[in-house]
Design a protein around this ligand. Structure first.
Ligand SMILES: *Cc1c(COP(=O)(O)O)cnc(C)c1O
Length: 452
């Protein structure tokens, strides 16, 4: 791989045998307690390596193309590039980012359903040819700006559980595929395959069965038109649980063998996003303010305290130094799938109180957790959120004085070995590793990076 981000200010702590993620978090909290108590992430890049091993074990030969928008921090992109994962980009900025990594254009697909003409031109120039398309206006735009484009027709799935998610909004019908093929023939645009996406919240695996047979119909239709079809993209929506991956595989494998057998030369690819990164990042936030519900206010004269409190009303309201205008942006559109852990030690029999958690903006949308049970916290205490790896990490925030949390990357020695077995890491990546003996501390002043 080509030298990547020569001046990138990031480093990866290589953990000595015996040191754990929890030690790294403890240590960072210890340091931050003396340096302003800013929120920070710890990213275990070894998790990406392990998730990739699991993908290869269960899903091979389906090739993963990681959607850059899920987490575009340099450590993540560079490790995935080293592991030989491809990239699904939704913008020029994302394409440029992975190109800078030295990723070759065959390993990049352009998947935005609503592409800007100038960005299609950019893809054409960069030799990024594979892109998705679900309507004729998009098709015409592509034909004008990218004569060598190779299209994947994005078909809709019947994922009713996903509500208004992208499968409802994006993707076309089988009937319209015929129309798109007629247009493509007329315009001389190549169609090379089909893409669909089943969201991670869809529990009904039948959706895959329908989507795969629909995809086969589109392949047959394409044959009539004389298109040479060679790619099937089964999208993302893998949660990261091995069980879910195996369940999906169990359902799709027999159908792939029948409809898209190896001998047919059709490459099956997928776009696992959350799968790779969600569980790899842990966010630590600090309690910056606290409010207590005043019981007296609700007390009718002579009433009993217990009866007057509204049960839905949390007893404590805590404000923390990251919120929906930062790391919890996904909370605006979906449920948070993580429960905070209290970092300080507390006794098992300590009383728990109904508590709500809010971001620092004082905005009414900035609620992170509506109601959870926590021991009583003080201003300055830390809360830990797991599974925070997919979302806004890597994006530039447009909100006024929001500062991205620092990111500490780490990896264990055994994951490091595994990574070296899997791919050839560039010299620049290798230079980013530094050794962390189990008893020695990571020093944030020297070893931090902010998200790119
Ligand atoms: C966001 C996105 C995905 C990722 O979905 P996950 O549920 O995170 O796997 C896949 N494909 C495209 C084009 C996306 O934009």
């Amino acid at each position: 791989m080509k030298g990547f981000l020569e001046d990138a200010n990031y480093s990866i702590g290589l953990l000595d045998e015996g040191a754990t993620l929890a030690d790294v978090i403890d240590n960072c909290i210890y340091e931050h307690t003396h340096t302003g108590k800013k929120a920070f992430y710890v990213g275990d890049l070894g998790k990406l390596v392990r998730n990739n091993v699991q993908w290869q074990n269960v899903m091979a030969p389906i090739k993963p193309f990681y959607p850059v928008k899920c987490n575009s921090t340099p450590g993540v992109l560079e490790i995935l590039g080293t592991l030989g994962v491809g990239f699904a980009c939704s913008s020029k900025a994302e394409m440029a980012l992975v190109q800078d990594l030295g990723i070759s254009p065959e390993n990049i697909i352009y998947t935005n359903p609503c592409k800007q003409a100038s960005q299609i031109k950019y893809a054409a120039k960069a030799g990024i040819n594979i892109m998705t398309c679900d309507n004729d206006i998009e098709l015409k735009k592509i034909s004008r700006n990218h004569p060598n484009a190779k299209l994947l027709l994005h078909i809709a799935t019947e994922d009713i559980t996903a509500g208004e998610e992208m499968n409802m909004k994006f993707g076309t019908t089988l009937k319209n595929c015929r129309h798109l093929m007629e247009c493509a023939k007329e315009l001389g645009v190549q169609i090379v395959g089909v893409k669909f996406h089943v969201s991670g919240s869809c529990k009904d695996l039948q959706t895959y069965i329908h989507a795969l047979s629909d995809a086969r119909c589109v392949f047959d239709m394409a044959e009539e038109f004389g298109f040479k079809m060679n790619m099937l993209d089964i999208g993302g929506g893998f949660t990261g649980s091995e069980l879910q991956l195996e369940e999906v595989n169990h359902v799709i494998r027999p159908l792939l063998d029948v409809y898209f057998p190896k001998e047919s030369g059709i490459n099956v690819i997928a776009e696992p996003g959350c799968y790779y990164v969600s569980s790899a990042f842990t966010l630590a936030v600090n309690v910056i303010a606290k409010k207590t519900v005043e019981y007296d206010k609700f007390l009718p004269s002579g009433g009993k305290v217990e009866q007057t409190r509204n049960d839905d009303e949390p007893v404590f309201t805590y404000y923390i130094n990251d919120g929906v205008y930062g790391s919890f942006a996904s909370k605006l559109s979906e449920k948070l799938n993580t429960i905070p852990e209290v970092h300080k030690k507390y006794k098992e029999d300590e009383p728990l109180f109904a508590s709500s958690l809010w971001g620092p903006s004082c905005d009414e949308l900035d609620q992170i957790v509506e109601n959870c049970l926590l021991p009583e916290l003080s201003v300055g205490d830390w809360l830990i959120f797991d599974n925070m790896g997919s979302g806004t990490l890597g994006e530039q925030s447009t909100f006024n004085d929001y500062q991205r949390p620092l990111i500490y990357y780490m990896m264990s020695f055994s994951d490091w070995d595994e990574m070296q077995d899997a791919g050839i890491a560039s010299d620049t990546l290798m230079k980013n590793f530094f050794f962390v003996p189990s008893c020695i501390q990571l020093s944030p002043e020297e070893r931090f990076s902010t998200a790119a």
